[in-house]
Design a protein around this ligand. Structure first.
Ligand code: ACO
Length: 322
């Protein structure tokens, strides 16, 4: 059978780093409050004129370099984002042009913070159905542009960045010891729109700002993340004890800790980047994959579980052997 195997990984973070203490000059908040409630210490903020597709293209170039591939070796690009440069065309087609890819196809996936998980599941389906051999999957966001910088309950939590993974078709035995994507689990519940949304778009004539009922989102996250991870592991014929690394959506240290606890795994088995990146929505998992690989945490053959939840609500998990 065919598996979608990771061939390359890379990331890009905007140059400007914003420390928690900077918020103290214009909001009634503190470094201590932000750290203790979220685990976040700093985040990167895109420069003026630096668009989501720029971040994505830089991450893509880094992943291609690591894989020793050219843009012409790719069949498809999927960009997971809720902050595309424009309403259309897709950020993915912009990336396609920026990295010099003239063939194949490109499209965006929008599932907010769960976007990368949804994009990986789509890429996996394209590969195992024979529609593509190599797919570049990117999570890229400039959430700084949709934040209400006067709302201390939301703006302290997010950041900008991009991460990219190249998946390649490899013939495998079909065993759970194979490298590649072993299982996926996707879910959504449109009835929960009001707890996390952006109050603008084409119907309002404004870009809008992120609005969130933090406690409600927290409650859903803790309940749903371990559950989707268990479902995906079950589909792969695996359980918690097989997991080398949880690579969670990096929203909040308390959510990540609670999920690891529910999975019976110590924090030593969790790739953590939330302290340095904040919540970069769809970019957070590929950023964590790339940073975790660079740090030497993630090694070939390791069993990884990624899990994410975001606006929609939309949530899911991908189990893969690196
Ligand atoms: N600085 C200081 N005080 C603040 C701040 C701030 N930045 N933000 C809120 N407060 C205040 C509140 O106004 C409130 O004051 P009050 O009691 O006088 O009304 C107090 O702190 C406590 O507020 P809570 O909302 O109860 O604080 P909580 O402990 O729940 O933490 C947080 C808030 C961090 C948002 C938490 O609910 C959370 O992490 N929720 C998950 C949200 C999330 O991660 N969303 C990301 C998008 S979805 C996703 O990626 C999963």
């Amino acid at each position: 059978m065919t598996r979608a195997v990771v061939r390359g990984v890379g990331h890009y973070l905007p140059e400007r780093v914003m420390e928690n203490s900077e918020f103290e000059s214009f909001l009634e908040t503190s470094d201590d409050w932000i750290r203790s409630r979220s685990g976040i210490e700093r985040r990167h903020i895109a420069a003026e004129g630096e668009a989501t597709s720029d971040l994505a293209a830089n991450a893509a170039r880094n992943a291609l370099a690591m894989a020793r591939l050219d843009a012409s070796d790719l069949d498809a690009i999927i960009v997971a984002t809720s902050t595309p440069d424009l309403t259309f065309p897709s950020a993915a087609t912009m990336v396609q042009h920026k990295i010099g890819m003239t063939g194949g196809f490109a499209f965006d996936v929008q599932a907010v913070c769960a976007g990368f998980v949804f994009a990986m599941a789509n890429a996996n389906a394209l590969i195992i159905s024979g529609q593509a051999k190599r797919v570049l999957v990117i999570g890229a966001e400039t959430f700084s542009r949709i934040l209400d910088w006067t709302d201390r309950t939301t703006c302290v939590l997010f950041g900008d960045g991009a991460g990219a993974v190249i998946l390649e078709a490899v013939e495998s035995t079909g065993d759970k010891t194979d490298r590649g994507i072993l299982a996926t689990d996707l879910n959504s519940d449109g009835s929960q729109r009001e707890i996390l949304y952006v109050d603008g778009g084409v119907t309002t004539g404004t870009t809008g700002h992120l609005r969130m009922e933090g406690r409600e989102v927290f409650r859903h996250a803790v309940e749903k993340l371990a559950s989707t991870a268990h479902t995906a592991l079950g589909k792969a014929g695996l359980d918690d004890s097989d997991v080398d690394w949880i690579v969670p959506h990096q929203a909040n240290l308390r959510i990540i800790t609670a999920t690891a606890r529910k999975m019976g795994l110590p924090m030593e088995n969790v790739v953590l980047t939330v302290q340095d990146h904040g919540n970069t929505s769809a970019a957070s998992i590929p950023l964590a994959l790339s940073v975790g690989y660079e740090r030497g945490q993630i090694k070939e053959g390791d069993l990884l579980v990624t899990e994410a939840i975001g606006g929609g609500l939309a949530w899911g998990s991908v189990v893969l052997r690196w």
